[in-house]
Design a protein around this ligand. Structure first.
Ligand SMILES: [Zn+2]
Length: 134
């Protein structure tokens, strides 16, 4: 049995981060689709099956470089979402004490304390100067 499995998996891609994400989310989708019912539930069910099929297709795929690229893209997207999210959490926590805005010249995000009236800001990156109300 073990030998058979080894032969089956030889040269195949296997499970990666994207694979685990696909299987987990398809199980969640399946569960949700059972609760929702009706047309929306059926759509979710199809989506769950599709992502499960794709997950298994990836596990047994022999095109390893392509699967590897997919996984890298998935990880990059996940990182971007996480950093975007934590940035928003920080801003929300500091919303009463600080103001956030972009430098009109280079686009970098700046943070200044609130309630100081009009202040002259010097951008730490491009040294552009401008006036902002806080
Ligand atoms: Zn700037």
């Amino acid at each position: 049995m073990r030998k058979w499995l080894e032969n089956l998996m030889r040269g195949r891609y296997g499970v990666d981060h994207l694979g685990r994400f696909l299987t987990t989310s398809s199980l969640i989708l399946l569960f949700v689709s059972l609760i929702v019912g009706s047309t929306a539930g059926r759509l979710l069910w199809y989506l769950a099956i599709a992502s499960l099929v794709f997950a298994y297709y990836r596990v047994f795929s022999k095109n390893i470089s392509k699967r590897y690229r997919e996984n890298t893209q998935y990880l990059e997207l996940k990182n971007r979402l996480f950093s975007w999210h934590s940035k928003n959490v920080t801003r929300f926590k500091q919303r009463k004490t600080h103001r956030f805005f972009r430098c009109p010249n280079c686009g970098i995000t700046l943070r200044v304390p609130r309630g100081k009236g009009k202040i002259r800001v010097t951008c730490p990156r491009c040294k552009n100067r401008f006036v902002k109300k806080t």
